[in-house]
Ligand binder design. Sequence first.
Ligand code: CA
Ligand code: CA
Length: 129
Amino acid sequence: MPIGIATTDFNHDSKLDLVISSSGSNNIAVFFGVSHGDFTLSATYSISGTSYPRKIAVADVNKDNQLDLIVVSYLGSNVRVLLLGSSSEGFPAQTIFTDGASPHELDVGNIDNDTCPDIVVANSGSNNM
Ligand SMILES: [Ca+2]
Ligand SMILES: [Ca+2]
């Protein structure tokens, strides 16, 4: 079941692309925009374990000028970061950060005004952020 969506231009072709998380199949699908509002499936990435991926955000986490994906794993109680462009296979191994119980929402911004993006996660199971 699709549950999270983000839009950006991953491949720098000036056409909007879609990223969709699917909770039932534990994966993320990337669709590149083509023309006239159509999209083509680029790749599907498994989110390991019984993860139930939900909200997705996009940011250049490692500052290599390639956008990366950040997704919350509701059942895994963690946040996964998938780096784009550091491998010919697209998003390589995931970096997993332990989080509170049942993370539900996330957003990315620069909270402390340094040069690195920060991630804020709302944990519905532990009533904290
Ligand atoms: Ca694009
Ligand atoms: Ca990056």
